[in-house]
Write a protein that binds this ligand. Structure first.
Ligand SMILES: [Zn+2]
Length: 253
């Protein structure tokens, strides 16, 4: 069974700061493996409050797509809980080098030594005890950023995280059956390195995936009611497009 639970759906700084939507990450379960993608602020709390509760010490892997605070704010808290205060060496951490080395690193040393850390690189393959995943090409987001593509039995489940859209980015997701897109912007802005609503339409038309789920909303998206925008795009493109909400669970087989 594969399921995705959106612990949070906040995208832009203001939405995170006010917690109009939670900035917790996504909980993904594939073949019994438990994965947290992009644990932003509030992830540990949302895991504890989730029904059924998500026990951090049962999490197998944490994936950071990039260093930004809304994707990593709770990384140390979740890693500490997962390794029982670094007393137990267990689990995997996948992250771009920038997250774990150098001036901007976001993971504390005592935790890095208690988890198997794998450095994400562009278009590379990894495994979490039989669950295969690969990275997209490097996104255009100002910092080292990769989308994540999980191999399921019936196709690929892909997370097109923060990026400026381009034909190159799009083609990196052409083999995806399900695509989760971080749609911060309603109106596209050339100088902002984030996806906008028009990029969802382009993705639906060019790739024709079975399903697109939009999440990671900024204020403009929230004001315009993302569930209505998704419904309209579904009608226009004839692709099943849905807006995530906090706590929403997706069962994929
Ligand atoms: Zn970002």
């Amino acid at each position: 069974m594969t399921r995705v639970k959106f612990l949070g759906t906040a995208g832009a700084r203001y939405v995170m700061a006010t917690q109009l939507r939670s900035s917790a990450g996504a909980y993904i379960e594939i073949k019994g493996k438990k994965i947290i993608l992009d644990p932003g602020p509030g992830t540990l709390v949302r895991m504890a409050k989730s029904r059924p509760r998500i026990n951090p010490s049962s999490v197998d892997a944490i994936i950071l797509s990039h260093i930004h605070l809304d994707h990593t704010g709770d990384a140390n808290a979740v890693l500490d809980a997962m390794t029982e205060g670094a007393k137990k060496r267990r689990g995997f951490l996948f992250a771009p080098s920038q997250c774990v080395k150098g001036r901007d690193k976001v993971v504390l040393d005592y935790l890095l030594s208690s988890v198997n850390t794998l450095i994400l690189e562009p278009e590379s393959s990894y495994s979490i005890g039989g669950v295969e995943l690969e990275t997209s090409l490097a996104h255009d987001h100002g910092v080292e950023t990769y989308g994540i593509k999980f191999s399921l039995e019936n196709g690929k489940l892909c997370f097109m995280v923060d990026t400026k859209f381009s034909p190159q980015v799009l083609s990196s997701y052409k083999d995806c059956r399900y695509i989760v897109m971080n749609v911060v912007l309603k109106e596209c802005r050339d100088y902002v390195k984030h996806l906008c609503l028009e990029d969802v339409k382009t993705t639906a038309e060019k790739i024709k995936p079975e399903r697109i789920i939009i999440t990671h909303f900024g204020m403009g998206m929230l004001r315009a009611k993302p569930w209505e925008l998704a419904e309209k795009l579904s009608r226009e493109t004839e692709v099943n497009i849905r807006a995530a909400s906090d706590g929403m669970q997706l069962n994929l087989d």
